[in-house]
Design a protein around this ligand. Structure first.
Ligand code: ATP
Ligand code: MG
Ligand code: MG
Ligand code: MG
Length: 439
């Protein structure tokens, strides 16, 4: 992408409405624009990152054997009357009436709708286990939308639902989700700690939240720092193996890690003092096993291997896709701007032309631009007629992990400069060497 043909409305001033760094940087880098309280347009740069995060979520869900689909944002109120949640959910639910005076709502979550789909099409244990998920916009009329996309009213969530014949099978689904989430967050360059959580309005008694440590997080968290040493990396996991998933869950849930809602001072004090940490955290996901909470009232039953009709065991599992942008920036930035982890960066590399209009410099930039594109590494080429300082400031603000700087002085000896956004270190090398470093 050439910057002169792109749409990157960078702000020079710090927007006064932004209280936290991720919100400030997303506005300054021209990633989002607020349209109403807690409702955002995703401008091209923000949209690229959102799509990359979504892609990682999809890949890891499919790897775990879960099946993508798409449910609508609007739902009939009648489904929620069946579960009893239409009246219980309260003011967070946006209620809508159509021209025929039928009650609808903008979905804050999808347990009822997925249960309805299940009961219409599945009747036998032979069709289980089944886990369906989608990535779709949600609406919750939050009392205090704030911190940009971190607490929006309209936000993008991945929500998945497992259907199993009994509790043991459903616990395997729960464990599978925990393992897939660990890998999902790791690929985004995040450390998200699974913490035992309280069940809240969705209900159920087996649940973990995933928290990213950040001072601006809304939850108070207590943990054993030993958990920070755990990494899944490229471990090959057989998601069908109950033992294997359970072993990983045991490993990650052994160190103490809880939010203020479930914190137990006595247990915490048993952790060696040097490893006892208190901090704040951002909730980027949550998994639940809730048994027959919805299948009972909504009559989602299957015939088991003895010919008996039994309610299906379910769980629901969410990832805050749009919130993740904020969480990643909170965890990865400096005074000059964002520092994207390679896994989610909007462009893998930027090209800075130090002397736009100079034939040799323009030519070298074009050649690099074309070579990188041919290798599938879409660069952002700053081809504006601007001073070097302004170009560097833009690149630092938008946080691409690598910058290639091309100028007449280096080119005289056939060299360009490759700079890491994270370390700030630069190295002179030939354009060919720079390209092979990146691929
Ligand atoms: P919170 O405690 O922050 O209000 P929640 O527990 O109500 O979140 P869940 O029902 O667990 O949210 O939804 C799954 C995920 O969706 C959350 O872990 C979070 O990452 C994300 N999420 C929830 N509410 C919002 C919101 N208002 N804006 C952006 N993301 C959200
Ligand atoms: Mg909430
Ligand atoms: Mg919560
Ligand atoms: Mg939650």
């Amino acid at each position: 992408m050439r910057l002169t043909r792109y749409f990157l409305p960078v702000l020079k001033e710090n927007p006064s409405e932004a209280q936290i760094v991720s919100h400030r940087l997303m506005l300054r880098a021209g990633m989002i624009r607020q349209q109403a309280a807690g409702i955002y347009s995703w401008l091209p740069l923000g949209f690229r990152v959102l799509r990359r995060i979504e892609q990682i979520v999809h890949e890891e869900q499919v790897r775990a054997g879960h099946i993508p689909m798409l449910m609508p944002t609007l739902q009939p109120a009648d489904l929620w009357r069946e579960s009893g949640r239409y009246d219980d959910y309260g003011e967070e639910m946006l209620r809508i009436r159509d021209r025929h005076k039928r009650d609808l709502l903008y979905g804050p979550t999808n347990e009822e709708m997925i249960t309805d789909i299940f009961r219409a099409h599945v009747g036998s244990y032979k069709d289980l286990p089944l886990t369906l998920y989608h990535i779709q916009w949600k609406f919750r009329d939050e009392i205090r939308p704030r911190f940009g996309v971190m607490r929006g009213r309209e936000f993008l969530m991945k929500d998945g639902y497992n259907f199993d014949i009994d509790q043991d099978a459903a616990i395997h689904a729960y464990n599978r989700h925990m393992v897939s989430y660990l890998r999902t967050y790791e690929r985004m360059g995040l450390t998200a700690i699974p913490m035992r959580a309280a069940s809240g309005p969705i209900g159920g008694d087996n649940t973990h939240e995933f928290l990213v440590l950040a001072e601006t997080g809304e939850s108070e968290v207590f943990y054993d720092s030993a958990i920070l040493d755990l990494k899944l990396g490229n471990r090959v996991v057989d998601f069908d193996s109950r033992e294997e998933c359970e072993a990983i869950v045991r490993e990650w849930t052994a160190p103490y890690a809880r939010t203020d809602e479930t914190h137990d001072e006595a247990l915490f004090n048993a952790v060696p003092e040097a490893r006892r940490k208190t901090s704040r955290g951002i909730e980027v996901g949550q998994i639940f096993y809730f048994g027959t909470k919805y299948s009972d009232p909504m009559k989602a039953v299957v015939v088991n291997d003895k010919g008996e009709r039994v309610p299906v065991h379910m769980g629901s599992h969410g990832i805050g896709v749009s919130r993740l942008l904020g969480a990643i920036i909170e965890a990865s930035h400096d005074d000059r701007g964002i520092i994207w982890p390679e896994g989610v960066t909007p462009f893998p590399v930027g090209i800075v032309n130090l002397k736009q209009g100079d034939i040799a410099t323009d030519g070298a930039c074009e050649a690099l631009y074309n070579t990188l594109r041919a290798k599938g590494l879409e660069p952002l080429y700053d081809d504006r007629d601007e001073r070097a300082g302004a170009k560097f400031a833009t690149m630092d603000l938008i946080g691409l992990p690598w910058r290639i700087t091309v100028g007449p002085r280096g080119l005289a000896s056939g060299l360009v400069e490759l700079t890491s956004r994270r370390t700030g270190q630069s190295e002179e090398m030939t354009p060919e060497a720079a390209v092979s470093r990146l691929v």
